[in-house]
Design a protein. Structure first.
Length: 365
């Protein structure tokens, strides 16, 4: 038998290093290694080396290190995915950008606006692609809703709604270890981005927060909050509500809605599959239990989009065009973070709080 030689027209996959091999990092690692043809996972960095080694062995990744600096120094690595704890995100982004690596960073981009400004400077100086993990944009129903908004199907947005109910058991045993502000900085920050994205071009102006520890009241005095409702005003007059709770017994519940002058669009899959059971007691259906179930494809697609952006930069090709603004970057990270920080202040004082520093132009003024 004789095989014919073929010159490949397929671009080289981008070579990615993972930083942080915990819950989210492990899912991203499996996406990069198994589900995204345009990417290859080449190295894993995590100070918990046993966890990293186990993941690397599972996925056939040859390089494991305790120190992310090893990834930054490796000329074979095009880009990094940062999925370590939030308090390290900004410095890791800065170090990666300075080393010329493109960056996908889990939310939040930083813990305050000054930190984020340093990331912005480093990314601009290096000219790398920086993307944040606002995965809801990649869920097919959220994207369809955003396309409706872009097409004018709901008219001018007047009322917007976004909610997150994390799966739980009715108690939060690790509540003492949850950093203060987490419900705003790491949970509702997804809702703030979804609301901003659904209300294109509108600057967020102020927030009013009502929040409490209703799942774990005994931790309230230590500053822990597990339940929150945020009322958000935009400069175009639209009023938005975001709400979150850390313990939904029925699974992971994420929904969004835009109501406008011409109609309304809703997003948010509440059943795990389209199968609905009919029985003597009525209807029943499975609910999504975990974030990696509900957003399995969205988490994968955000990294596929990232890989495509990195490849276009590396190979000098045109950036991918999705028809609507999709890929979340530093401006989106800033706008959502500014809302989260105003929420922390409003929860502390009980007062309506102005949102400061939401736009890059405002930050530079
Ligand atoms: N987009 C989403 O829906 C979503 C869902 C869950 C978590 N996240 C985000 O992902 C990030 C990680 O969350 P998680 O739930 O996977 O946490 P995790 O605790 O499961 O994993 C964190 C990992 O980072 C490692 N680590 C600690 N310090 C590090 C450092 N300096 N450098 C590199 N790695 C370090 C830890 O050893 C651990 O393995 C957080 O920012 C979180 O907000 C996003």
């Amino acid at each position: 038998m004789t095989y014919f030689p073929v010159v490949s027209a397929r671009p080289e996959p981008v070579r990615i290093g993972l930083i942080g091999a915990g819950w989210m990092g492990a899912f991203h690692a499996r996406s990069l290694a198994l589900r995204i043809p345009g990417a290859v996972l080449v190295a894993i960095a995590d100070p918990a080396t046993a966890v990293a080694e186990e993941l690397a062995a599972e996925l056939g990744v040859a390089l494991v290190t305790a120190d992310p600096a090893d990834l930054f120094a490796d000329p074979e690595i095009d880009a990094v995915v940062i999925a370590g704890p939030a308090r390290f995100h900004a410095q890791l982004s800065i170090d990666a950008a300075r080393a010329g690596k493109h960056v996908f960073c889990e939310k939040p981009g930083a813990l305050d606006l000054e930190e984020l400004a340093r990331v912005e400077e480093a990314v601009a100086a290096a000219g790398v692609h920086w993307q944040i993990g606002f995965n809801r944009r990649y869920a097919t129903d959220f994207l369809a809703a955003r396309r409706d908004v872009a097409a004018g199907a709901v008219g001018t947005p007047q009322l917007l709604r976004s909610l997150t109910r994390d799966p739980g058991t009715g108690s939060i045993p690790h509540a003492a270890k949850v950093p203060q502000g987490t419900i705003f900085l790491e949970t509702l920050i997804h809702d703030f981005d979804a609301l901003n994205w659904f209300n294109p071009g509108a600057e967020p102006v102020s927030v009013h927060v009502t929040a409490d520890a209703l799942v774990e009241p005994s931790f309230k005095d230590a500053g822990f909050l597990d339940t929150a409702v945020v009322t958000l005003r935009y400069a175009n007059g639209a009023i938005a509500v975001a709400e979150a709770n850390f313990s939904a017994l029925y699974g992971y519940d994420v929904r969004g809605e835009v109501f406008g002058s011409a109609g309304m669009v809703q997003a948010g899959r509440t059943t795990e599959t389209a199968a609905v059971r009919y029985g003597a007691a009525g209807l029943s259906a499975e609910t999504p239990r975990l974030n990696i179930e509900l957003f399995h494809d969205a988490y994968t697609d955000e990294l596929a989009d990232f890989a495509e952006h990195v490849r276009s930069r590396r190979d000098g090709a045109a950036a991918p065009d999705r028809g609507v603004p999709l890929t979340p970057g530093l401006e989106d990270a800033r706008r959502a973070l500014a809302i989260a920080l105003a929420c922390i202040e409003s929860a502390r004082t009980g007062a309506t709080t102005a949102i400061v520093g939401a736009s890059v132009a405002e930050a530079r003024a």
